[in-house]
Design a protein around this ligand. Structure first.
Ligand code: FAD
Length: 305
């Protein structure tokens, strides 16, 4: 019920404006988002790097509807990569990119060219790019883009979503030498025809996919906050004799920070997915939907207006 409320709130522009301008927002926003600007993103990246954590920076922009907006997103990534290089934060900090933000729905070729330019800038800065996974209608195009991008930039990362029925097959395809693959449960609401619907089935699929990736030759990036799946990953690393530099954990900024510290303290590579940018509202509501402990936030933010 509460989860549905937050997800509905994520789509409400009016509530978004109220919450964005409410003073009470600041603390909770800062918990999950680095800030509005590239400067703030670099500052928080440095704090995380000083704590021994790796980072994947994600720019939260408005929905891309025009070629001009897509170009502006590309330019934002080029600029932040320059800042990361100048700050000496590469290779510890990489970037995560959504093809939709680069105009995939308007012109697939343009989005690919922008992604290629970002990969080239990342390589020049001494770091890498991961292409985020979006809804299932884009999976083929996004994975094809990763394959193409890898011709020039072999370290470009792919993301696979365990809730999709196809993903075990994709894991087999991608568990090859040099291949970086982030495995997550999947954040999009998908029909039964393409995706497992129950949490148990998604978890079972996650473990099957994890087994394929951990027993394969690639570099698995295990993106979950789920205590059981984290523990199974630690077990599989021992079972498949992977040292801590041969896979990594990934968690969202602000989610289970004590677990982030525990894993890093245990010698694991831990990468924090760190969003920044003006359009943080929808992202924040989706985080709150996953964490009803913060239920009072929206009510207080609105009541304070
Ligand atoms: P869940 O079942 O959501 O949570 C399991 C447990 O984790 C909960 O029971 C709770 O104990 C704990 N937990 C979860 N959230 C919170 C919270 N906010 N506060 C406190 N405890 C919490 N999805 C995509 O579709 N495409 C992507 O490219 C993508 N990239 C991602 C990158 C990273 C680094 C991460 C961590 C996730 C990414 N996701 C992506 C989102 C992912 O698919 C899931 O929707 C999200 O991670 C929640 O799944 P979970 O594995 O954490 O398990």
């Amino acid at each position: 019920m509460l989860r549905s409320l937050f997800l509905a709130a994520a789509g409400s522009a009016r509530l978004g404006r109220l919450v964005e301008s409410a003073p009470v927002s600041r603390g909770i926003v800062q918990r999950f988002v680095a800030g509005h600007s590239a400067e703030e993103a670099v500052r928080v990246s440095r704090e995380l790097a000083d704590d021994g954590l790796a980072v994947s920076l994600d720019h939260l922009g408005a929905e891309t509807r025009t070629a001009e907006q897509a170009t502006a997103v590309r330019d934002e990534y080029l600029a932040v990569l320059g800042r990361l290089r100048d700050a000496g934060l590469t290779p510890a900090v990489e970037v995560s990119v959504k093809l939709s933000a680069l105009g995939q729905a308007i012109d697939e070729k343009l989005a690919y060219e922008h992604a290629h330019a970002i990969c080239a800038a990342a390589a020049e800065a001494g770091t890498t790019v991961t292409l985020d996974a979006e809804d299932h209608s884009t999976t083929d195009a996004t994975l094809e883009a990763v394959v193409e991008l890898r011709r020039d930039h072999p370290s470009t990362g792919a993301v696979l979503q365990a809730h999709l029925r196809r993903t075990e097959g994709d894991c087999r395809e991608l568990a090859t030498a040099g291949s970086r693959v982030r495995l997550c449960k999947g954040a999009y609401s998908e029909p039964e025809s393409v995706a497992f619907q129950s949490a148990l089935d998604v978890d079972k699929s996650f473990v099957r996919c994890l087994n394929i990736l951990m027993s394969g030759e690639g570099y698995p990036m295990v993106a979950t906050h789920d205590p059981r799946l984290i523990s199974i990953t630690e077990d599989r690393a021992r079972w498949f004799d992977r040292s801590t530099g041969e896979y990594e954990f990934q968690l969202l900024y602000g989610v289970r920070p004590e677990e982030q510290a525990r894993l890093a303290g245990g010698g694991h590579t831990v990468r924090i997915y760190l969003p920044y940018g003006d359009q943080w509202y929808g992202y924040l509501m989706r985080r709150l939907a996953a964490s009803p402990a913060h239920a009072g936030f929206v009510a207080r933010a609105v009541a304070s207006r």
